[in-house]
Design a protein around this ligand. Sequence first.
Ligand code: SAH
Length: 275
Amino acid sequence: MQRLARAIAQSPASAGLLFAHLVGIVQARRRLRRGALRLRRMSVNADPQELSKFSELAHRWWDEHGEFKPLHAINPLRLDWIDAIAPLRGCRVLDVGCGGGILAESMARRGAHVLGIDLASKPLKVAQLHALEVGVQNLEYREVSAEALASERAGPFDTVTCMEMLEHVPDPASVVHACAALARPGGRLFFSTIHRSAKAFVYAIVGAEHVLKLLPKGTHEYAKFIRPSELAHWCRDAGLEVLELKGMQYNPVTGRYWLSGDTSVNYLVACMKPQ
Ligand code: SAH
């Protein structure tokens, strides 16, 4: 260090060179960091294995007694809950991760103008065909991610729904942020997912997939479950106000689902984007 100071004192030109060199290193590091951030933003936030899992089962989507029976069973419950908080008639609604369209189509039937998006192409085709078959109007589907739609500055939407999807993506917080960007100020957002709790492991994986066989084995991965506190944190971080947190319970004997205050397994969150 002393030798370096002496060299600089003897030759101011070399001090200038050293300074320029250091500035170059700092600038190169900044460029690298910016590049990595851009790449992360450009890369699609999706797990190809998850998407192909849903594509393989797409033809069964509207079979009320098949693999998607639980989605059919909970749909009236979540539909009424959404409609009570944000009346659907005449609203512009975006359904993120719409799959074969169970929720999207039911919201359109209640008079909303719905855009359903998903990254699995087969479920989307099934959704489109089903809408044609039953003649539901005000309903469109697109193969696009929430993040890409947000960067197109699509919307804004009065209501954004994203149900049973966050636990299937690598970066759920990014989806929450995109949903927030896609909602209009004053709009409502609805998310649902599964708690990362011991009880959820027993009920949602061991019980639903292995014992009762309500869902195909491997539908859910415990590590991808989300604690309500995590989801609420992502919502607030995206500038949303959390309005309501509800649990969804199931009685395997009667086959009945209902909403309650118990969020230890399945739960739903309603948010508002402030004006
Ligand atoms: N929301 C629907 C379907 C839930 S199944 C309902 O509740 O009825 C989960 C859906 O999320 C599947 O259709 C799957 O293809 C979709 N999905 C998974 N990762 C996704 C991603 N990154 N972007 C969009 N959709 C995704």
